[in-house]
Design a protein around this ligand. Structure first.
Ligand code: FE2
Length: 313
């Protein structure tokens, strides 16, 4: 039996730390439960970002979220990167360290994109082997997030939730469930997002991400530039119900409004944890979530078929 959240505390409702909010946070010490930092923004810097972070660390719990571990790449793991990650985790007393199930480059080049992996046995074996190594180096459990994706691979043999489940059980790693990513990918690849959320191992979910996205009509892009839409809140409610309560974080990375507005958005999660939980999510709820995909704007930009929905051999 695996301990819920793998023994990690439920930190409450947090906000992704962004530099545009530094002055407000330092001046006002807002009543936010915790912050998540993008690890790479602080690993090499000894300047203002690091100075600000040191002050925030004194007042708030910190979680580290990385974007370039490239756990799925065929490149060797970057041990210099992992050493820096470990050092930063010690400095900020990180509650946990997360990254994504993806690859971000090859042949030493960083694409700065979170690219999808084939969901097949060889890739699963490859990722499992690398997670073991990373956890040995970091001397802590790694938490991995489901990515939003725009292509699928012809050689994939299992749904993403099965890949994540087997990966987590084999390595004892944790999961960061981004319910917006589940929704975005479900639109792009036409799968049932409720089945996905129902199927991941809930006791291994350490954290949840919420975010806004852009609906292009025939597909969605994970833009993190707005409020959380109702179907994503539905998935959050289901996640809360299945996990029994989970550290929840709002990501807002483009068109970032004042801090108070970002904070207010994540506080909406409280509504979805309480009275609405008396209702039971059923297959009817599932169909309502799926059907809302049809409400996409008719003025959508034409789908770039080469990029989205392509089957990569
Ligand atoms: Fe996320």
């Amino acid at each position: 039996m695996v301990t819920p959240r793998l023994g990690h505390d439920n930190l409450g409702l947090g906000v992704g730390l962004r530099s545009t909010h530094y002055p407000y946070i330092l001046d006002n010490e807002p009543d936010v439960d915790w912050f998540e930092i993008i690890s790479e923004n602080y690993m090499d810097s000894q300047g203002r970002p690091r100075y600000v972070l040191e002050q925030i660390v004194e007042r708030y719990p910190i979680v580290m979220h990385g974007v370039s571990m490239s756990i799925g790449s065929s490149d060797p793991l970057d041990f210099d990167y992992l050493d820096k990650l470990k050092a930063l985790a010690e400095v900020v007393d990180a509650r946990w360290v997360s990254d994504h199930l993806c690859w971000t480059g090859v042949a030493g080049r960083n694409t700065h994109d979170l690219l999808p992996v084939p969901l097949d046995e060889p890739t699963l074996e490859h990722v499992i082997e690398r997670i073991h190594i990373v956890q040995d180096v970091l001397q802590r459990r790694l938490i991995l997030e489901n990515p939003s994706t725009y292509i699928t691979f012809a050689q994939s043999t299992m749904p993403e939730w099965e890949f994540l489940t087997r990966m987590a059980e084999e390595t004892d790693c944790g999961l960061l469930l981004d319910v917006n990513n589940v929704y975005v990918s479900s639109v792009n690849h036409d799968f049932d997002p409720v089945e996905y959320v129902e199927s991941v191992p809930h006791e291994r979910i350490v954290q949840c991400h919420l975010a806004g996205h852009t609906n292009m009509g025939t597909y969605c892009i994970d833009t993190h530039d707005g409020k959380v839409i109702d179907p994503v809140w539905e998935l959050y409610r289901l996640t809360h119900k299945r996990t029994g309560g989970i550290s929840t974080l709002l990501e807002w990375d483009a068109n970032i409004p004042p801090f108070q507005e970002v904070h207010a958005e994540v506080l909406k999660a409280k509504q979805h944890m309480s009275d609405q939980l008396t209702s039971t999510t059923t297959s009817e709820d599932a169909s309502s979530i799926v059907s809302e995909k049809d409400d996409a704007p008719s003025h959508a930009i034409p789908q770039p078929v080469v990029f989205v929905g392509a089957e990569v051999e």
